[in-house]
Design a protein around this ligand. Structure first.
Ligand SMILES: [Zn+2]
Length: 290
């Protein structure tokens, strides 16, 4: 298995544990044996449980000796609730570690250097941009800014439903229910800011609750309020091409008001950061202009 395929499998493993790891990162790891065959796959277990590297190394057993560990995030080098993954990798006898994103958390960073110093071949930053936009995205934002990552969907689709189910918190702007619950696997914290204008209160509502990944479930007014408060981090939409009766070609998505809609005074300027093919149309990821 080549390294790109191994990394894709590691990302896939980490996507499966999204919503169960906060405040820890959802990491994926694939261990290849000395001949390049995958012999272990792991992802972060819930807080207090083993990290992805340890799960994958346990599955690999002796076959990890002389092999390669492919990880979505730089292995940790610190004693948190579990021993450092660098220790586990060294004890397992892997020859090489290939990781995507470097750990932005100063406490946990330095794993690559520890491994290099111990004679392990380390490749840092492998496919980091793509991997960093995947399951790790919200955690990376949280680690870099200290604030939860906030996503709003401009179209109703399966990705939105799945994200809502696995988010740490969902935030609405019409007081329909009191803020309640604790975040946990598939039990998102529900927060109601009461009025869109209270978007900047949201940090207080989420503080100390291990919330990393937030989805806004309100309409465009709520999204606009979050954008105005500088707290909107991503807008996602799935758009499909449609040929209108008058011959105009438009890109529209279910729930998008109108492709030819007027731009009002409250319009939020966005910059497209990524466009990918999705079913019959496009998945557009955009970020507000700061
Ligand atoms: Zn670790």
């Amino acid at each position: 298995m080549n390294l790109a395929d191994a990394m894709a499998r590691a990302v896939e493993a980490s996507a499966a544990v999204l919503g169960t790891t906060s405040p820890n990162p959802p990491v994926g790891c694939v261990v290849l044996d000395a001949s390049g065959e995958p012999v272990g796959v792991g992802a972060t277990r819930p807080p207090g449980g083993p990290h992805a590297e340890v799960v994958a190394l346990r599955e690999a057993g002796d076959r990890a000796v002389g092999g390669t560990a492919v990880v979505t995030l730089e292995p940790c080098a610190h004693h948190g609730r579990t021993p450092p993954c660098t220790d586990a990798l060294l004890a397992a006898g892997v020859r090489r570690v290939v990781h995507a994103v470097s750990d932005p958390n100063p406490t946990a960073a330095g794993g690559a250097d520890v491994l290099r110093a111990a004679g392990v071949e380390v490749e840092s930053g492998f496919l980091a941009e793509v991997v960093g936009d995947g399951p790790l995205r919200a955690w990376l934002h949280f680690a870099r800014t200290g604030r939860p990552h906030v996503t709003w969907y401009a179209s109703d689709d399966a990705e939105k439903d799945e994200h809502i189910a696995r988010a740490d918190a969902i935030v609405s702007g019409m007081r329909t229910a009191p803020s309640s619950g604790t975040p946990g696997p598939y039990r998102p914290l529900r927060v109601d800011v009461g009025h869109p204008a209270h978007a900047h209160d949201v940090d207080a509502a989420l503080a100390g609750r291990d919330v990393v990944d937030v989805v806004l479930v309100g309409g465009p007014t709520l999204a606009g309020a979050f954008a105005a408060a500088g707290r909107l981090d991503r807008v996602l939409a799935h758009l499909a091409p449609e040929l209108l009766g008058d011959g105009r070609l438009v890109l529209s998505g279910t729930g998008v008001a109108t492709a030819a809609g007027t731009v009002g005074p409250d319009a939020v300027g966005l910059v497209v950061e990524r466009v990918t093919m999705s079913g019959p149309g496009l998945r557009v990821s955009a970020v507000p202009v700061r």
